[in-house]
Design a protein around this ligand. Structure first.
Ligand SMILES: [Zn+2]
Length: 61
């Protein structure tokens, strides 16, 4: 199967991050803080998921 070492990407800036670093899974303290700030502001979204759940009751009448 795929034996390549998996590269993790910073969820904030999408830069490749090495596992085991101090701020993993973020590339640095700055991105980690940015991510926490999004949660605190209630503005966090998971891209590609949960987007279609809201309108589920509106179809098929
Ligand atoms: Zn980053």
């Amino acid at each position: 199967m795929n034996k390549k070492a998996s590269t993790f990407h910073c969820p904030v800036c999408k830069k490749p991050v090495s596992k085991g670093t101090e701020n993993f899974p973020f590339c640095g303290e700055r991105c980690r803080t940015t991510d926490l700030g999004r949660w605190a502001a209630g503005d966090y979204r998971i891209a590609g998921e949960a987007a279609h759940i809201i309108n589920d009751n509106d179809a098929d009448y």
